[in-house]
Design a protein around this ligand. Sequence first.
Ligand SMILES: NC(=O)C1=CN([C@@H]2O[C@H](COP(=O)(O)OP(=O)(O)OC[C@H]3O[C@@H](n4cnc5c(N)ncnc54)[C@H](OP(=O)(O)O)[C@@H]3O)[C@@H](O)[C@H]2O)[C@@H](O)CC1
Ligand SMILES: Nc1ncnc2c1ncn2[C@@H]1O[C@H](COP(=O)(O)OP(=O)(O)O)[C@@H](O)[C@H]1O
Ligand SMILES: [K+]
Length: 514
Amino acid sequence: MKFFNAGQIYAADKSTIEKQGISSNELMERAAVQIFNWLHLRMQGAQVKIHLFCGIGNNGGDGMALARHLKEHGYNIEVNVVNYSDKRSKDFLINLDRLKDLKIWPNFLERDCGFAEIGRDDIIVDAIFGIGLNRNPDPWVAKLIQHLNHSGAFILAVDVPSGVFMDKAIEDTNAVIRANHVLSFQAPKLIFFLPETGVFSNQWEVLDIGLDPEYLAATETEYDLMGKNEVLPMYVPREKFSHKGTYGHSMIIGGSYGKIGAVALAARAALTVGSGLVTAYVPRCGYVPIQTLLPEVMVITDKDEDCIKSIEFDIRPTVVGLGVGLGTSPETAEALSGFLDGIESPLVIDADGLNLLSKHKELLKKLPPKTILTPHPKELERLVGSWKDDFEKLKKTKAFSKKHDVIIVIKGAHSITVYGGHGYVNTTGNPGMATAGSGDTLTGIITGLVAQGYAPLDATIFGVYLHGRAGDIALEQTGYQALTASKIIDAIGMAFIDLFKMPEVPEQEGQEES
Ligand SMILES: NC(=O)C1=CN([C@@H]2O[C@H](COP(=O)(O)OP(=O)(O)OC[C@H]3O[C@@H](n4cnc5c(N)ncnc54)[C@H](OP(=O)(O)O)[C@@H]3O)[C@@H](O)[C@H]2O)[C@@H](O)CC1
Ligand SMILES: Nc1ncnc2c1ncn2[C@@H]1O[C@H](COP(=O)(O)OP(=O)(O)O)[C@@H](O)[C@H]1O
Ligand SMILES: [K+]
């Protein structure tokens, strides 16, 4: 699914209006009817007080039109116009008049006016600002927003929570609605998925308002949301007349005294994701534990007992996953440098492998094209430098990816894979995955996919999706707290099976379970 920016959404509106021969107000009516239907289905006429807060632009217009439908269906409403500007939009004014025709007189809220009490059990509809916000709200509007946030009432936001910008960071977090639920038109917004802005949209849902499908299909976007439909075409099927050589040889290089488990996790994940062969390259102290834990995995040891000091072997792996549990000693840095001089295979780098690149930036020049880097935020900061907000983080990551021709996964609640100036936002995963070794597992998954012939970018996007999906499936048995990295690996098989499950069809009304 695509993430459209504000300019593209306005262009889609225009194209829809022209091609479908409708007025902008008719499009607004569609949007409002969709929201009304959503609410009506859930409320079934309940007389809970609904406070609508409408701005003076088209987001406010949506709110006005919604108020009319609610009134016509007997709901208990109160309409407030947040009068932050004299520049009322044409469609706002049309809908204000139509509301007055029903003898509804909104309260006009201005600077210095008091705000009425709102009950904890009431509902607030937030239609103050939509995607047109382009500067900080006035202090009195911020005060109103605080009043709404502190009311304890359920807040339903129209399109976006008022106060978030579409393409830049929030400056005053007190001037943003904390929505319980967002009903967003046509497509989700990138801001729902970024850590700093996502917290304002607890839950979100997309309402299809029938924008011009041709325009939407033809428009290139900078970011995409990667769900099952998007990753499924990347899947590489298993062939009948294949053998283990068909599915490649993954080598996991890493580990140091006390951190051999990281290699065990990555190696087991590579195997479980389908790599034909897996070899672990570890310091000598890792030999017995890996051989004991993982009978399927071969082991090559470094000369040193406790950490890797030279990376030398006489096999030709299809892909190398490097860095988990590795440590960052100068000898290990030296070993990495020598290894990169002779590297012939694609490379996935994580954890201390990334920290070594940050400490010795000259090594970046030695990376093969399309090397995959999987940093968590702290590792990313060491690589690309600090950022002031999520948007700058993305900008810096893109620039780094372009400069060094590397694929970067910004790990987090919604991991984002960055390559070629494009961002792929993952949909799977859960907070139970914020646990030791969860990232090592991802390294193994991506490595094992590259081994099987997935192109590096596909392996990364598909691997991030599969990792999160395995975490979601494991969660059903463990709950958040008891989810461990090993359980994520155990669920990889189910995550593959899940790719081919049809979505559940909702039960028909009156249908009996057989
Ligand atoms: N296809 C779709 O998705 C459809 C979308 N629709 C709806 O339209 C919404 C977008 O509407 P919108 O363009 O009128 O902008 P909105 O957010 O209401 O802001 C109003 C105006 O406020 C101004 N302004 C900005 N910042 C300000 C500030 N801090 N303090 C004071 N003023 C400020 C700024 O005008 P300016 O003063 O800069 O000229 C801005 O234009 C969208 O979110 C959705 O709800 C549907 O109706 C139909 C289909
Ligand atoms: N709140 C969360 N929701 C979804 N996924 C998460 C969350 N927190 C962490 N993860 C995932 O868990 C993994 C953690 O990686 P990392 O921090 O490198 O762990 P470790 O170093 O312990 O292996 C990443 O893939 C990340 O996307
Ligand atoms: K809003």
